[in-house]
Design a protein around this ligand. Structure first.
Ligand code: FES
Length: 123
């Protein structure tokens, strides 16, 4: 049954929108894996909070709905490239109906030290 599902929009590194559905309780990392989304290097530690490759960026309104950030997530987020005020780690975000239609942007890079300069050029 699909009526229970939550619609999630990912914006990939090319700026393309990929719309998929996940079940409540799944993390955004689960969704990426289950839907076989091809985000290079994403989710390297398989959700064990040991990397920052599942870094995703949200708009402010959605960010506020995502719930609190744990210290562990914060520590790992600090290592993410291109960190923003509305960044989270995808493996720590669980889907719920209130997140229906969310948009999660995959940062341009997970490990590119030129990121800060290049970010303005990419659109
Ligand atoms: Fe490694 Fe989320 S997948 S911290």
């Amino acid at each position: 049954r699909s009526d229970n599902k939550v619609t999630v929009n990912f914006i990939n590194r090319d700026g393309d929108r990929i719309t998929v559905k996940g079940s409540p309780g799944e993390s955004l990392l689960d969704v990426v894996i289950n839907e076989d989304l091809d985000f290079d290097g994403f989710g390297a530690c398989e959700g064990t909070l040991a990397c920052s490759t599942c870094h995703l960026i949200f708009d402010e309104e959605m960010y506020k709905k995502l719930g609190p950030v744990t210290d562990e997530e914060m520590d790992m987020l600090d290592l993410a490239y291109g960190l923003t005020d509305t960044s989270r780690l995808g493996c720590q975000i669980c889907l719920s109906k209130s997140l229906e239609g969310m948009v999660a942007r995959v940062p341009e890079s997970v490990a590119d030290i030129r990121q800060t300069k290049d970010a303005e050029v990419v659109s």
